[in-house]
Design a protein. Structure first.
Lengths: 178, 175
C-alpha cells in the first residue's frame, strides 16, 4: 500500500514523458492529408510538351499512377529528381508530373537538363489544381489507384527510405489487386 | 618621404569615390523604382476594389493557417500560397459562397490543420479539456493533502527551527 503512493506519481510522470517524447518525434511540418482514401480531385490540364493536348483525371482511371509535383524554381525538386527518374526507369509505376506555378521555358529547360521521367507533365500555371490537391510545399508526391482514389501522399523531397518502406510496398499491394 | 607620398592619395581618390557614390545612389534609386512599382501595383489592386469584400476576405483569412509558415494566418503571411488562398477566398466570396462553405473547401484540401481555431470533436477533447482537467486534478490533490495534514497531530511534524520562528514573528509584527 505504501508503494502505491510512490508508484502512482512515477507512473503519471512516465505517462507524461511518453506522451511528450512521442510528440517531440513528430514532424510538425507534415500535415496529414485529408485526401487519403478519397477520390483524387478533378482536373483538366494542358501537357507541358504540347499545350494543345489536355489530360484529365478520367484519362488516368484504370491504372495506378504517381503524381509528382515539381517546379523549376524548387531546389529540393532538383535534389529528389534522380529518385523519380529511378522509379520511372524501374517501371514501378506510371509517373506523371505536375508543373506547379512555373514558367514554361524554365520548366522545359529543367527537364531537358535533368532528364524527363514523366509520361506527361501537366501544367498548373496558377496553382489551382495544386490547391485542390492540398499542395503546400513542393515537391509533393501522390499515389493514385486504379479507381482514382488517393492512397499516399508525401510532402517534401522523396528519399530512398520513403520509397523503400512506403511506396514500394504500397505499389506491390495496388498492383496485386489487379 | 612616405609622408609626402601618402598625403595626396586621398585627394586623388576623391573624384573616384564621388563617382562611385553617385553611381551607387543611381543604382539604388533605379533598383527601388524597379522593385517598388510592380509590387505596389500588385498589392494595391485588390484592396481598392471593394472595401467590404476585402474586409470579409481578411476576416476569413484570419481564421486560416498558412501551411508554409505555420504560425501565421494567411491574412498575415506573405508566402505565395497564402496569397493564392486569399485570392481563392475572394473568388468564392464573389461567387456568393458562405463562410461555412469556404471553411469546408479549405478543410477538404488541407484538413483541420488549416483552421486556426481547432474544432471541438472527440479527437480534440484532450486539447480542449486537458488543461482544465490537469488544473482540477492538481487542486483536488492539493485539497486532499492539506486536509489530511490538518487532521494530523502537531507531533507528526518536525519542530520549526528557531530562525524560522523568529522570521515568522517578525512578519507577524510587521503585519
Amino acid at each position: 500500500m505504501k508503494y502505491v503512493r510512490f508508484l502512482l506519481p512515477m507512473a503519471l510522470f512516465a505517462g507524461i514523458l511518453l506522451f511528450l517524447g512521442v510528440g517531440l518525434g513528430l514532424n510538425p511540418r507534415e500535415v496529414p492529408s485529408p485526401l487519403i482514401g478519397k477520390p483524387a480531385p478533378a482536373f483538366t490540364l494542358p501537357r507541358l510538351d504540347d499545350t494543345s493536348q489536355k489530360v484529365s483525371r478520367e484519362d488516368l482511371l484504370g491504372k495506378v499512377w504517381m503524381l509528382n509535383v515539381w517546379a523549376s524554381w524548387c531546389a529540393p525538386c532538383r535534389e529528389e529528381h534522380p529518385l523519380v527518374i529511378d522509379i520511372a526507369r524501374r517501371q514501378l509505376v506510371a509517373v506523371y508530373g505536375l508543373n506547379y506555378k512555373d514558367a514554361r521555358p524554365a520548366a522545359v529547360g529543367w527537364l531537358a537538363n535533368l532528364g524527363n521521367p514523366y509520361r506527361a507533365t501537366l501544367v498548373d500555371a496558377d496553382g489551382r489544381v495544386g490547391i485542390d490537391f492540398g499542395v503546400y510545399g513542393v515537391p509533393e508526391t501522390f499515389i493514385i489507384d486504379r479507381q482514382g482514389i488517393v492512397r499516399f501522399k508525401h510532402t517534401g523531397p522523396l528519399t530512398p527510405e520513403v520509397i523503400r518502406s512506403r511506396i514500394e510496398p504500397l505499389l506491390k499491394e495496388l498492383n496485386a489487386q489487379g | 618621404m612616405p609622408k609626402v607620398d601618402s598625403l595626396p592619395a586621398p585627394r586623388r581618390l576623391l573624384p573616384a569615390r564621388l563617382a562611385l557614390a553617385l553611381w551607387l545612389a543611381l543604382c539604388l534609386a533605379a533598383g527601388a523604382a524597379l522593385t517598388t512599382l510592380p509590387a505596389a501595383a500588385r498589392e494595391a489592386a485588390p484592396a481598392t476594389a471593394d472595401p467590404v469584400l476585402e474586409a470579409n476576405v481578411m476576416r476569413i483569412a484570419n481564421e486560416l493557417r498558412c501551411l508554409v509558415c505555420q504560425n501565421e494566418t494567411i491574412a498575415l503571411s506573405s508566402a505565395d500560397l497564402a496569397v493564392d488562398l486569399r485570392n481563392q477566398v475572394r473568388d468564392m466570396l464573389r461567387q456568393g459562397r458562405s463562410d461555412a462553405e469556404i471553411m469546408q473547401y479549405m478543410t477538404d484540401r488541407y484538413g483541420d490543420f488549416v483552421l486556426y481555431r481547432p474544432p471541438f470533436k472527440p479527437t480534440t477533447w484532450v486539447l480542449w479539456y486537458g488543461p482544465a482537467a490537469l488544473l482540477l486534478g492538481g487542486v483536488a490533490a492539493l485539497v486532499l493533502v492539506l486536509r489530511r495534514r490538518s487532521r494530523l497531530d502537531a507531533a507528526a511534524f518536525e519542530p520549526d527551527r528557531e530562525d524560522d520562528t523568529r522570521g515568522a514573528g517578525e512578519q507577524g509584527q510587521r503585519g
